[in-house]
Design a protein around this ligand. Structure first.
Ligand SMILES: *Cc1c(COP(=O)(O)O)cnc(C)c1O
Length: 217
């Protein structure tokens, strides 16, 4: 199947209220442009250097989201390239982003990444830290907290991810009801190619798809 056909199929299954992000790590410009022409409006990149190389060719054609771990020493480049950072997982990173956005005279929409299975080797805030991190972030200038993102653990059966999706949705609803300043909780980014249907059933408002759009890497 071509990328255009993949996107067309996806749009039939994914409700129009759920945004589709194309996870484009290691994909060449040509393929990303094909996805954009087929109606994909959000491109996700994991690595700053790769995003920086591709950005000049894709600028203005789609929104760029950071979906990989962001180091504080890369925030200057990240703020130049991305329209959203989905992977804020510490106050230190949020503060660095806030300072840099002020410098570049921008307000950056961000998501808090939740390490929903509390895996030692994974990035993301632990579920019990999310509320207090959100409160602290809401007090920082030039950031706009929009919601939560989670990956979930690697499992054999995507059904096993529902537990983590459900937990993240619960946190999302809790945050929504707190009405923090500078905050508009509306994006719940969860679900990848093998799990997006379960994620949507559990309340995702954005799914991040690589293989389903571009084919197996
Ligand atoms: C690669 C990636 C995806 C998409 O993965 P697929 O299984 O190819 O759909 C989603 N989210 C993140 C953070 C990724 O790095």
């Amino acid at each position: 199947m071509t990328i255009a056909e993949n996107v067309r199929q996806l749009k039939k299954i994914v409700p129009s209220s759920v945004r589709i992000l194309a996870a484009a790590k290691s994909q060449p410009i040509e393929k990303i442009l094909e996805a954009i022409r087929a109606g994909i409006a959000i491109i996700g990149e994991n690595y700053i250097q790769e995003a920086e190389e591709k950005f000049p060719f894709l600028k203005g054609k789609a929104d760029f989201h950071c979906i990989g771990h962001l180091q504080t020493n890369k925030v200057s480049k990240a703020v130049k390239i991305f329209g959203m950072i989905q992977t804020v997982d510490s106050l230190k990173l949020a503060e660095a982003l806030s300072r840099e956005c002020k410098k570049q005279n921008k307000t950056m929409p961000i998501l808090i990444e939740v390490n929903s299975a509390k895996e030692a080797q994974k990035n993301g805030a632990f579920p019990e830290e999310v509320e207090s991190l959100a409160e602290k972030i809401s007090a920082l200038p030039n950031l706009s907290l929009r919601g939560l993102m989670t990956m979930g653990p690697v499992v054999k059966d995507p059904e096993q991810l529902r537990l983590y999706f459900r937990l993240t949705k619960k946190l999302f609803d809790k945050l929504k009801s707190t009405h923090l300043t500078n905050t508009s909780i509306e994006i719940l980014s969860m679900g990848m190619s093998d799990s997006f249907q379960a994620a949507i059933e559990e309340g995702a408002t954005m799914v991040r798809l690589g293989a389903k759009i571009f084919g197996q890497r």
